[in-house]
Ligand binder design. Structure first.
Ligand code: SF4
Length: 287
């Protein structure tokens, strides 16, 4: 069975393609069309293009010294990701990327006591996210766990305590300095991965949060959140530690702290720290 956070063991995969942007976009659009939206947790839609530096339409690897670019214009996004009538909502909907961002309070109000997807049936609390509303660094996991559901706060269980330790002791920041959110805001039953329809329902609110916060860097924690934001199935072991691009925002994938807890080895810890050092460098903070 694959590890929830890494997708290991790796599947047999074709070698990385060096296709043109046109081919990448076409590939991505075909993937969206066939999947309805995303590739999270969908082995049939999974495409392991493998190479850590391999770019895709929605996200591409960046050189470490490459500055962040402005957001992709709405027209470009619309051309690359055309809306299909009747299709599930798309996180890349231009109206969610451009225009005046709502505040986090407004987004929370819009969300209300949400019942837009089936996860509402089993939750205790909506876990909206927390932290600095103008954080430079935005951490994104896949969904709340049991403790998060109970406390209505993200990353407060064992894995969350490790994330806090990484932020505080490793990065020398306070938890309140960063923002922490998830792909879905209600706990998936049995701590399973969020399903496609759930991501489709909840994802636009995350996009609005990203716009409202305007982070300089996004850190995705684990395979599901990384796959969702990159728009393709990835193995976290192959994409972590390499800069990608999420509509102009540098994106650094790293391991989910729950995986680090399970694989508490020198190598795993060192790799996470290497990833966080790159993040600190990117936002101009001392290491
Ligand atoms: S996961 Fe998101 S879309 Fe689904 S019910 Fe919760 S808040 Fe609403």
């Amino acid at each position: 069975m694959r590890d929830r956070h890494t997708g290991e063991p790796p599947r047999a995969a074709p070698p990385p393609e060096a296709g043109s942007l046109r081919e990448s976009v076409a590939d991505y659009v075909a993937l969206l069309a066939s999947s309805g939206l995303w590739v999270v947790g969908d082995p049939a839609a999974s495409r392991e293009d493998g190479a850590r530096e391999a770019p895709s339409a929605g996200a591409r690897a960046l050189r470490a010294d490459e500055p962040a670019r402005p957001s992709i214009a709405a027209a470009t996004v619309a051309a690359a990701f055309p809306a299909t009538p009747g299709s599930a909502p798309d996180l890349f909907t231009p109206s969610l990327l451009d225009g005046t961002p709502s505040t986090l309070a407004e987004i929370r109000e819009q969300l209300g006591e949400c019942t837009r997807c089936k996860l509402s049936r089993g939750r205790t609390h909506i876990v909206f996210g927390e932290g600095n509303p103008k954080a430079e660094i935005l951490f994104i996991g896949e969904g709340p766990g049991e403790e998060e559901d109970r406390q209505a706060r993200p990353f407060v269980g064992r894995a969350g305590q490790l994330l806090t330790k990484i932020i505080r002791d490793g990065m020398k920041l306070r938890r309140e300095d960063v923002y922490i959110a998830n792909i879905v805001k209600c706990r998936p039953p049995g701590n399973r991965e969020p399903e496609r329809d759930e991501v489709a329902a909840c994802g636009p609110f995350l996009m609005q949060q990203i716009r409202a916060i305007g982070p300089r860097v996004i850190v995705t924690l684990g395979r599901p959140s990384t796959s969702t934001l990159l728009g393709r199935a990835v193995q976290i072991t192959r994409v972590r530690g390499v800069w990608h691009d999420f509509h102009g925002i540098p994106l650094m994938p790293t391991y989910h702290p729950a995986f680090v807890l399970r694989q508490y080895t020198e190598k795993t810890r060192r790799e996470v720290w290497e990833d966080m050092k790159q993040v600190l460098q990117r936002v101009g903070r001392a290491i």
